[in-house]
Design a protein around this ligand. Structure first.
Ligand SMILES: [Zn+2]
Length: 536
């Protein structure tokens, strides 16, 4: 069993997506499934339809008793129709609210799962309210508590793991990663003391693994760890972050902050640390390309009037593009999904990041209420000042409005991690321009052929990234075209051509950068990492 992508479990920090912001996550041997909830009359409610889907329960209304009768694996749970009470095998339990009906769907308070369903269900259910996890059966999800103590000579991180699990500490550029041998983590994060900032900027769950990332501050030099078994139920990992000595930062190589930029520059490393692998964020060649076929699984994307689904068209074109790129350019190409599966937006960027992709290309179909609107368009990330049109497309793709930098619905710590794309916008803009010019030679472009928009799927990508709206599936003629081999081949040929041009562009820039170095020697920044370095 692999449970990758615990990114959705950032309970204390919120999330970029509506679907996961309020969703619980059900973890079982079979994988993970979101469970969304709805607030009705101030109570967090879950639909019995969703519980039926996840746990195989059935429900019927008992008009005489004015109750709902939920059957779980042959056992009966009777939920009072007008009071917050349920009866389970002769036992009465209280619920925070009575059930509520919306249309034909019944909702029960979410504590129904813990207080009633958990009494009947096999394998057993373990409801972790704090981290909004429902663990089914024998899945390893240790509770992990983190404390930060700012001491005179160092900052101490205390990580308690219960029950004890094997773990390791790995240093990566700009951060320490504590990996835990588990299926997922039930993580409690502290509020960071402001005085810790020069050694530690942020703590968060790693996006794609059961691991905790400690984002290091500019004075970080090295670290020490020790393990203590507290008792059979808990192990304590202590990590001391040791600062560099004042004045020793003079040899730091790093990109100076952009004037007025609210974004952090990559963390400079002290001379005693290993050379930074990614001290310059700019990509300098193309080795690995991640293609993201939009949507998938129960997220079908836009529907065409003839019945085509965006998720199928994006996947078909992505597969052809992978084959063509590998054959013509000799690059490594990975797809975020190879088949019809549901994937969260932030998992897609995380997949590209984890595979050290040098380019991220997300493929979609546009849709409009006016079925005459047509043409292909290319988008790259913007965080503010986007056009109404761009905003509309982004909302359609994201499933919600994307918060902007100035918005209050994201927390500042998240920006450091999640806004990885900000550092690549210049290259992304260049890529978008190359793609737009190349597509224009072969297919009809939209009136706004190149635009910036706040796409969630691009935000976390730590490499140049663009999103191509291949055409309007809502337009009957374009729907037909999107399905045609001829059009698909034209798109693929244009995109292969664009990627080749972008590679030339990157390598030209790298050459230019090498001539601009100081006499001290070539900064490692402009030397591409060796394959070994890239395998972190
Ligand atoms: Zn889409």
């Amino acid at each position: 069993m692999t449970l990758i992508g615990v990114a959705a479990l950032r309970p204390s920090l919120g999330s970029a997506q509506q679907s996961s912001a309020n969703a619980w996550l059900v973890l079982s041997k079979d994988g993970r499934q979101p469970l969304s909830t709805t607030v009705l009359n101030g109570h967090e409610m879950v639909s019995l339809d969703d519980l039926a889907r996840l746990f195989g329960t059935t429900v019927r209304e008992d008009q005489v008793a004015r109750a709902l009768v939920v059957t779980d694996q042959g056992k009966t749970i009777t939920v009072s129709g007008n009071q917050g009470l349920a009866q389970v095998g002769g036992r009465v339990v209280s619920l925070s609210a009575p059930p509520n009906r919306s249309g034909s769907t019944w909702f029960v308070p979410v504590d129904f799962i813990d207080r009633a369903l958990a009494l009947t269900h096999e394998p057993k259910l373990d409801v972790r309210t704090r981290s909004r996890l429902i663990i089914v059966g024998d899945v390893r999800v240790p509770r992990v508590g983190v404390r930060v103590e700012v001491q005179p000579a160092q900052t101490r991180l205390i990580v308690d793991i219960a029950p004890p699990q094997a773990h390791s500490v790995v240093q990566e550029p700009g951060r320490l990663l504590v990996r835990v041998d588990a299926d997922a983590l039930d993580l409690e994060l502290p509020t960071l003391p402001a005085t810790a900032a020069d050694l530690l900027r942020a703590i968060h769950l790693a996006p794609n693994a059961p691991a905790i990332a400690f984002e290091l501050g500019p004075r970080f030099s090295t670290y020490r760890t020790s393990d203590n078994v507290i008792d059979t139920n808990q192990v304590r990992l202590t990590i001391d972050l040791i600062p560099s000595q004042p004045g020793s930062e003079t040899t730091i190589t790093g990109t100076p902050p952009t004037a007025g930029s609210p974004f952090p520059t990559p963390t400079p490393q002290s001379p005693t640390a290993k050379p930074p692998l990614f001290s310059e964020t700019a990509v300098s060649t193309l080795r690995t390309i991640v293609i993201d076929p939009g949507h998938g699984g129960d997220k079908e994307g836009a529907h065409g009037p003839g019945g085509s689904l965006e998720k199928n068209i994006t996947l078909a074109i992505a597969k052809q593009l992978k084959t063509a790129l590998e054959a013509k350019l000799g690059v490594r190409v990975l797809l975020t999904r190879e088949d019809d599966r549901t994937m969260e937006l932030d998992e897609r960027a995380a997949f590209a990041n984890n595979n050290k992709a040098d380019l991220f290309l997300s493929l979609h179909n546009n849709a409009s209420v006016r079925n005459t609107v047509n043409g292909t368009s290319v988008f790259y990330l913007s965080l503010a000042d986007y056009s109404e049109e761009a905003r509309r497309v982004a909302i359609a793709e994201n499933g919600q409005a994307l918060p902007t930098i100035s918005g209050s619905d994201r927390q500042v710590e998240l920006i450091l991690w999640e806004m990885a794309q900000v550092q690549h916008i210049e290259q992304s803009a260049a890529l978008a321009g190359i793609i737009e010019r190349s597509l224009r030679e072969k297919v009809k472009m939209n009136a706004h052929a190149i635009q910036q928009a706040p796409f969630v799927v691009l935000v976390g990508a730590n490499m140049p990234a663009v999103l191509v709206e291949l055409g309007f599936i809502s337009n009957p003629a374009e729907e037909k075209q999107l399905n045609s081999a001829e059009f698909q081949q034209a798109i693929v040929a244009s995109l292969v051509n664009s990627v080749a041009q972008f590679r030339t562009y990157l390598e030209g820039r790298r050459g230019a950068a090498a001539h601009a170095v100081s006499p001290v020697g070539a900064p490692h920044a402009s030397v591409p990492p060796t394959p070994d370095q890239r395998l972190r």
